[in-house]
Design a protein around this ligand. Structure first.
Ligand SMILES: [Cu+2]
Length: 267
């Protein structure tokens, strides 16, 4: 696994150079965005994880996501380009994941910006291969509402949204005698229709910030529910915010663990 991780910088450089973009859960947004308050930010993240779909196989993956954020016209615009490499049963597949677009509009601002509420909408595009389970094979639309607040040194953010497939295909898996509706793709799972929520808290701890997170989703109709808890560490270095963290499934997630390293440059 570590050896594979060290092979990633070349892919990272390629993604960063060829696109200016980064992540589907990523499309839901980066809770407690470190670029908050700046006009422009770009993020490169390296992710890795393992998954176990029981009878449908297990394996692990690495990925690189590149993101671009822009604040213009009263909204925050974002583009995310993910690329992954999946290993299972001795074979490896690599390629783009589903590219994500997002817009977020802060609508209500209270107490001098200490409390903010707004709406967002995300769209993922079918750029990832479905055969390799890098993508869903269809576009997904994701509207959400969010609230963010600062209480002394502690910052909180929560999002509640839905996700809807714009095509009826792409989330089923068939075995002899049965068809199941599953969350896809395995690198960043979502159901064809679901309600999702995420929450994060940022607490300063010396020069670092500790960021515990919780996210989950309930399928609408057939599908798989999931919940994952994570912990991140964030370190600001001038205009760059460095972060590292990991996530473990609480309920149902096809991934068994997930980790990330991330750098965000804002100005
Ligand atoms: Cu989908």
């Amino acid at each position: 696994m570590l050896r594979r991780l060290f092979a990633l910088p070349a892919a990272a450089a390629l993604v960063a150079a060829s696109a200016t973009p980064a992540q589907a859960q990523a499309c839901h947004g980066d809770v407690l965005d470190p670029s908050e308050g700046t006009r422009f930010s770009t993020t490169v993240a390296v992710v890795a994880g393992g998954f176990d779909r029981s009878m449908f196989g297990k394996g692990d993956f690495e990925g690189v996501t590149a993101s671009l954020r822009l604040r213009a016209g009263g909204a925050r615009w974002g583009l995310v380009v993910p690329a992954y490499r999946i290993h299972r049963g001795g074979s490896t597949a690599a390629g783009l994941g589903d590219v994500g677009l997002r817009a977020e509009i802060p609508a209500i601002n209270l107490f001098d910006g200490a409390l903010e509420f707004g709406v967002g909408v995300g769209l993922t595009l079918p750029t990832g291969s479905t055969d390799d389970e890098l993508g869903m094979g269809h576009a997904m639309a994701m509207p959400w509402v969010f609230g963010a607040g600062r209480f002394g040194i502690v910052a909180l953010e929560a999002e509640l949204g839905t996700a809807h497939s714009l095509s009826s295909s792409g989330h089923t898996m068939t075995m002899p005698g049965m068809t199941m509706n599953v969350a896809r793709p395995v690198v960043d799972p979502m159901n064809s229709n679901e309600v999702w929520a995420s929450a994060a808290v940022s607490v300063p701890f010396g020069v670092l910030s500790l960021v515990p997170t919780l996210r989950g989703a309930q399928p609408i109709g057939d599908g798989e529910k999931r919940m994952a808890a994570g912990l991140g560490l964030r370190l600001p270095v001038g205009p760059v915010a460095l972060a590292a963290g990991g996530e473990l499934p609480v309920v149902g997630d096809p991934f068994t663990w997930r980790g990330f390293l991330r750098g965000t440059l804002s100005f």
